[in-house]
Design a protein around this ligand. Sequence first.
Ligand code: UDX
Length: 498
Amino acid sequence: HILYLPSLVISATKILQKKKLWKKKNSNVKKHHAIILPLPLQGHINPAVNLSLKLASSKNFTITFLTFEFLHQDLTRAHPYIDTHIDIFSQEKQGPNGVDIRYRVFSDGLPLKFDRTGKLDEYLEWYMSGGMFDQVEKEIEEVVLKSNPKVDVLIIDTFYPWASKIAKKFGLRLASFWTEPALVFNLYHHVHLLKLHGHLDCSDTRKDPIDYIPGVQSIKQHDLMSYLQDKDVSTNMHKLIFQAYQDVRKADYVLCNTVQELESDTISALQALMPFYAIGPIFPPVSPDKAVPTSLWTESSCLEWLGSMPNGSILYVSFGSLANFSKDDVTEIAYGLIESNVDFVWVLRPRTVLHEADHLLPVGFEEVVRGRGIVVPWTNQIAVLSHPAIGGFLTHCGWNSVLESVWYKIPMLCFPIFTDQFTNRKLVVDDWKVGINFGNGQPLKRMEIASQIKRFMSKENGDELRENIDVVRKILGNALEDEGSSSKNIDLFIEQLI
Ligand code: UDX
């Protein structure tokens, strides 16, 4: 052990020197105060929390993190050890190097018991009619009037279609936070071109490639986001998206959870139009078990069981926080997993089948798979993906899941369901070749599922995907180095704020 000591002392000294240098460099830097408001959905809250931590811990920011009461209620229900009066950042705030993050809970204007998922259309109607706007405006006004240091920037999810109105009213710089890939942003941004060429709002399915979007060489209609493939583009959801994409043109900055080198053509094309900063991947700054609690459902741990399984042998199955299935689909997946003989962890989220009770699995399923498969309602996904027993991820291709899977070098079996997931699939399978397709657009059938899973988890298939994933993982890692593109972009954004 003594032999190791000198090198330990050297690295500890290096870290201290680096810290001192950083402190010196930042002692003259202006302190900024950002209000951060994510969209009230799991896949948007996670990156917003991690961005808050990043800005507050290493970039001299005070953060006021806004969250809605109904979310805070879900969160505290999911983490019974958190006192309802304590905030999720309380650990990080403690000690002399604690971060200055102020967590504020406020009402979105609807009763807590209103079923926002089950009555999504009603919720959107109210959202579009300005109900939520009034609440957000009031809350931000209070923070702006009472805060020290003075608030100077609003970092708000791109999907709030009235963001610029609020920023303007309170004299704040506006940073629109985009939690999906730049490609998706680019396609929404050029929706008028899709309309002009007849690829939007058209009754038949077009097979010709879309090759007129700046920065996008070619993409097929079936790889567009589901909202752009819909036959009816006049729903409340479409109105919201299209308005948000008008509003984002007024933002002072767009911060995107992606990496410049990963989507360089698209990002260069966007940068010619607006101040667009790729600052990802945005992950929890510490190990998964110490991360700030963000899950909206109680996490079941399967790490002990994973610990008893051979390396790379387990298929992790999860379709994220929003997607819904029919009960038949769940049944077919369940039998497909049985027939594949591949060992698995399956996250079957509450309300996966919207208006059904949670007993969705075929009778006797758990007995049949005992010892080789676990079903949980929710888990700590990062802890699972980072476990050596995991060898593949059957995923819906949510953007956070894609980034997390690449980070932990887990190849993906891609089953996009809606929204950006079709477009994300294109990046994963066609462009980076770190995943393969699952299903063929036809209703799911158990024997087909079983054979696809078996093929995906076979060694020959895995080796090739893993080689490619190493390359993409390096790109993500490099971007976060001190001189990496994302680190530089975030510094550039901060410089522009002064
Ligand atoms: C949707 C979109 O598809 C996505 O692209 C967009 O950025 C956000 O909204 P969602 O269904 O929430 O996404 O999936 P994803 O983006 O993958 O985010 C889910 C998050 O929940 C991930 O950070 C994942 O780690 C976490 N998770 C998921 C858990 O912590 N536990 C689980 O059991 C499942």
